[in-house]
Design a protein around this ligand. Sequence first.
Ligand code: ADP
Length: 334
Amino acid sequence: DLTNDHVLDDQEQAVEKSLRPQTLSQYIGQTKIKHELQVYIQAAQKRQEALDHVLLYGPPGLGKTTLALVIAHELGVNLRSTTGPSIDKAGDLVAILSELQPGDVLFIDEVHRLPKNIEEILYSAMEDFFIDIVVGQGAEAHAIHYPLPPFTLIGATTQAGQLSSPLRSRFGIIEHLTYYNTTELTQIIQRSATVLNVTITLEGAHELARRSRGTPRVANRLLKRVRDFAQVAGRQEIDAPLVSSSLQQLQVDSAGLDQTDRKLLQMMIQLYHGGPVGLKTMAVNIGEEQETVEAVYEPYLLQQGFLKRTSRGRMVTSKAYQHLGLPVPDQNGA
Ligand code: ADP
């Protein structure tokens, strides 16, 4: 499962933590975002103010959480971390906000899944650093006014489109994380290999990078699996042929597509003559949530040119037919 890294034991969590870069200079790729953040961070520090609120969006595993940690580290402040769906009472939010020190970062992952009433409380917290909460009922009801220290909210989402416009407009800095290129992923894999204390050749790292769906989390996960294959085979060094044979066993193909990616394309071809197919139909036919198809599978297939969007739905491209070894249908009909 590409989206899930929440079920890790303590040892795995420690490894995960050590794989995360801590400073902007260790953070590989996303060059434009890094340059912009560097300026905003320096300016905020010069003015001795909290950094403006930041919205990070893009597919899972591209480094949004990591970037939030890096920003807090660069600012020299604490980071409090929570998720949208886990805050369900106003009191939960008040408790979190009241613990913040001036300038601290509050990181909210899956910010598009904040309950509506909580989101509304956040508006004044973000804009003017206070919250008003109504307590008691009937004649007893009265508002309590809580002033807050200036803080920076960093929100992360895979679904920017699902964010309400009042919430979105309160983020001064909005950054879109995009898939990493092979050179960047090669560097990330080399750094992770050093952290994990494994030896990988440049060609090996490059082959793994090419087949990691443009995603650091996938690259790190595959590196760990290839390390297992190397260990069992008694190999001291991971080279390109070992990467290839390991990935073949893991059913990750030469283009980096996994079983679900291929299932999606095959289903569209077999059941719908290549489309157009709506997102909901795609999701139902491969047994995934619509949100997962939209946030995880579709963006990469679009970016790689295996799918294209039309006004009537998604269509499989001739590149996808060729990749799956199927005859390309007559283009006139498509
Ligand atoms: P997201 O929050 O976008 O789902 P994460 O921040 O959890 O993604 O990143 C997933 C993994 O990928 C982390 O373990 C991190 O070590 C690694 N990673 C992400 N971005 C980078 C990067 N730019 N450089 C190095 N490693 C990265």
